[in-house]
Design a protein around this ligand. Structure first.
Ligand SMILES: [Zn+2]
Length: 81
């Protein structure tokens, strides 16, 4: 029991001290959260990996393709799992 508990705290602490990672909102590229680019998409600030992804999201919103984009995004994620 003691061992299990220290393992639990060990995992928790290492996760806390490791640099936080996040996924690009557009292409799901793993990247460091610190200093990441962000763009406002649907009034929510989202992390993006590069200016290319940022431009795509801006274009989608500007052209009113948000619903279509989100739908295809969910289909993509569903098939990847
Ligand atoms: Zn990206």
């Amino acid at each position: 029991m003691q061992l299990a508990l220290s393992q639990f705290y060990g995992n928790h602490l290492s996760r806390f001290f490791k640099r936080e990672k996040c996924l690009c909102f557009h292409c799901s590229e793993r990247m460091r959260k610190e200093g990441a680019l962000t763009t406002v998409f649907q009034h929510v600030s989202q992390p993006v990996c590069c200016h290319g992804c940022l431009a795509v999201l801006n274009a989608i919103e500007k052209n009113g393709l948000v619903d279509e984009y989100l739908r295809s995004k969910h289909i993509d994620q569903g098939s990847a799992l």
